[in-house]
Design a protein. Structure first.
Length: 260
């Protein structure tokens, strides 16, 4: 049974069909997100289980594509892991017949796949763990992040476009002053749109639903455990790609010279 499952997930043809199915579901999902924004937009601001409890449970017919998508992404992760392990085993057994550079070159795509799995796992952690709070901006309001930490909204200030005429009167930027209190210690932070602030492992993000409506300013407080996997995985993946593709170019160039 285990061997049959292993061979099933080790099939590269499965990768093709999974990617094709995921792409199709993402297209379907874009339609649902556009038609039902009030249901799906909060998914960007809440943990998955909290979002499902508040918005998803009462609308199961709108979510069929999402759960199939999550299942296919899990299958893609399994497929990638099994294919990577199979290839690494083959490369390791034949490493003595290769030089160090060639072995490093051959093993790089597998390490890139491992980085992809690490980042995929990080995104899953971001979906279901950590802390997420969404609060309307009201001066004087307090956010109880934990037993030891509270954040108080002190003031808000917005700047407006004066030109061109099509943008005149619309908000160009907003800034909110915050005071945090942790076990008797006070700290002051400012957060603006697209300019987050950071506090003791929490990230603070300011946003608004519509730029013309100042009263719809909102503060999102997040503690994202998945970033500990996503950021290192992305950094290593980027460095590997920066090394890998020049090697391909050099090998192709050398091959043409040898052909001459």
């Amino acid at each position: 049974m285990f061997k049959r499952l292993w061979n099933f997930f080790a099939d590269v043809r499965l990768t093709f069909w999974l990617l094709l199915s995921i792409s199709a579901l993402l297209m379907v999902g874009s339609f649902y997100v556009k038609v039902y924004p009030h249901t799906f937009k909060p998914l960007n601001e809440l943990l998955f289980q909290d979002w499902y409890r508040l918005y998803g449970g009462s609308n199961p017919l709108k979510l069929w594509w999402l759960f199939i998508l999550l299942a296919l992404l899990f299958a893609l992760g399994m497929n990638t892991a099994v294919c990577t392990v199979t290839r690494l085993k083959s490369l390791w057994l034949s490493r003595k017949q290769m030089g160090l550079r060639k072995f490093g070159f051959k093993i790089t795509p597998s390490v890139i796949h491992i980085c992809f799995l690490v980042m995929l796992s990080g995104h899953f952690l971001s979906m279901v763990t950590g802390y997420t709070s969404l609060t309307a901006i009201v001066p004087g309001k307090k956010i109880f992040v934990s037993k030891e930490t509270t954040i108080e909204i002190l003031d808000k200030q917005c700047d407006y476009h004066t030109s061109p005429a099509s943008l005149r009167g619309l908000v160009s930027q907003c800034t909110v002053a915050l005071k945090s209190k942790t076990t008797g210690l006070h700290d002051y932070k400012q957060v603006s749109i697209l300019e987050p602030a950071f506090l003791q492992g929490y990230s603070l993000h300011l946003g608004m639903d519509k730029k013309s409506e100042i009263t719809r300013l909102k503060l999102t407080v997040k503690r994202d455990h998945g970033l500990k996997l996503i950021l290192p995985g992305f950094l290593i993946l980027t460095l590997l790609l920066l090394w890998y593709y020049p090697q391909i170019h050099r090998d192709m160039k050398n091959g043409k010279k040898e052909g001459l």
